[in-house]
Design a protein around this ligand. Structure first.
Ligand code: ZN
Length: 167
């Protein structure tokens, strides 16, 4: 396994719609293992393949002790929203913004062996799934900002509020 280099804004891969995974083999297994190790190394809540320079529809997640990966994810979102929470992004170091996300979501996709997976999520996990799926469509949390007034440096924010995780 290896720690991968995390791409930051300015890298066009972050603005590219990622391709569906069609080949399930050792290369994909290595990508998922390396992404998981990289996410743990930086204590991230999630990591999407474009963030390590791979334009494929894969993300890993790690929220409240629940860790996993989804390939070719599709979200079914609730009609309602959860309370806004400040999100960070490993590709936008230091900055955070309270993002509006659906209250709950069901993600379906496959695992690295091509077996179907379905996870029902609420709260932070649902937020993570929406954030990471956005990455696969070349969307960053900046795009969901309606105004710049709530943009914050996470370190500064945490001086006044509870600690937040990057994802
Ligand atoms: Zn992100």
């Amino acid at each position: 396994m290896a720690i991968l280099n995390i791409r930051i804004i300015g890298d066009p891969v972050l603005r590219t719609v990622a391709d569906p995974v069609t080949e399930f083999g050792p290369e994909l297994a290595r990508l998922v293992a390396d992404m998981t190790e990289t996410m743990e190394d930086v204590e991230g809540a999630g990591l999407a393949a474009p963030q390590v320079g791979v334009s494929l529809r894969v993300f890993t997640y790690r929220i409240g002790g629940i860790e996993g990966h989804i390939i070719n994810p599709v979200l079914e979102n609730s009609d309602d929203f959860q309370a806004d929470e400040v999100e960070g992004c490993l590709s936008i170091p230091g900055l955070g913004f309270p993002v509006r996300r659906y209250r709950a979501t069901r993600v379906t996709g496959v695992d690295l062996n091509g077996n179907p997976v379905s996870v029902d999520a609420e709260g932070m996990l649902a937020r993570c799934f929406q954030h990471e799926t956005d990455h696969l469509d070349g969307i960053l949390f900046f795009d969901r900002m309606k105004s710049l007034t709530s943009l914050t440096y996470l370190d500064e924010y945490s001086r006044y509020h509870a600690k937040d995780e990057d994802d």
